[in-house]
Design a protein around this ligand. Structure first.
Ligand SMILES: Nc1nc2c(c(=O)[nH]1)N[C@H]1C(S)=C(S)[C@@H](COP(=O)(O)O)O[C@H]1N2
Ligand SMILES: [Mo]
Length: 243
């Protein structure tokens, strides 16, 4: 698919979006009341949830492992910002921590040292929060696809889920996005080891998706064929969350 095809498709969609708005406006308050009384799926009325599902199918059709999130220069790096402490703890003992990989052909429990032995990848990318702000961050770690290749599932799977120890925060990822070359398991941020606010000892950085998916303090990675629940999707946000 060329950029022109994408542009044309987006134009068609925004026309369709405009038409929907016009109908909604004409329907007025009755329509609004109808919408608000629809059954809810994941904290969201069904018609809205359907719109997110449609967005997802379009985003997935346009997905390509070659489509990279923009890269930045070291001088572009901004002051880090902290957002969200769900599932985090202040006193992290990196020596006691393990990364569990569940659903793998051979179950694995890795130390931080073992993860640091894997091929290192660095990138300077944008962390975009759905709240509307963004930062430019230098990340260092190992590609998720490298870890998946070394500890693969027994047969191909459609999803990967990740959660903090204790499951205070959890995300669900489609396998295509998990295998994207810019999906990185990170142990250093802006040339320093991660601190606990940013998810020590290991977090995800996934610039092809909104910040909600970049889970901090990963405890478990699990392969599954069933779409995994996701903390913010359970509270009304988009499950796919690509941008
Ligand atoms: N464990 C955990 N991971 C999390 C969150 C959280 O609350 N808990 N918040 C998410 C959100 S909404 C964003 S925008 C990013 C922010 O990452 P930062 O604090 O390193 O800027 O982390 C994501 N990962
Ligand atoms: Mo966010």
């Amino acid at each position: 698919m060329t950029d022109e095809d994408v542009d044309a498709a987006v134009r068609r969609l925004s026309r369709r979006g405009f038409a929907t708005m016009a109908v909604a406006a004409a329907a007025g308050f009755a329509g609004y009341r109808w919408l608000r009384t629809r059954p809810r799926v994941g904290g969201l009325e069904l018609p809205f949830r359907r719109a997110l599902w449609m967005n997802e199918s379009i985003a997935r059709a346009f997905y390509s492992p070659d489509r990279l999130s923009p890269l930045f220069r070291p001088s572009d790096v901004t002051k880090a910002r902290v957002n969200g402490h769900l599932g985090l703890v202040e006193n992290v003992d990196a020596n006691a921590w393990r990364l569990a990989i569940e659903g793998a052909a051979l179950p694995a429990s890795l130390t931080l040292e073992e993860i640091r032995q894997l091929p290192v990848h660095e990138m300077i990318t944008e962390l975009r929060c759905i709240e509307g702000w963004s930062t430019i961050v230098k990340w260092k770690g190992v590609r998720l696809r490298e870890l998946i290749a070394r500890y693969p599932p027994p047969s191909p799977v459609r999803y990967v889920s990740m959660e903090t120890p204790g499951r205070g925060y959890y995300v669900g990822l489609d396998i295509e996005s998990a295998l994207h070359p810019q999906s990185l398991l990170v142990y250093e941020m802006n040339d320093r080891p991660l601190d606990w606010h940013h998810g020590a000892p290991l977090r995800l950085a996934m610039p092809i998706k909104y910040g909600i998916k970049s889970i901090k303090r990963i405890g478990t990675i699990r392969y599954t064929d069933v779409r995994p629940p996701d903390f913010w999707a359970d509270r009304g946000y988009d499950w796919y969350a690509g941008h």
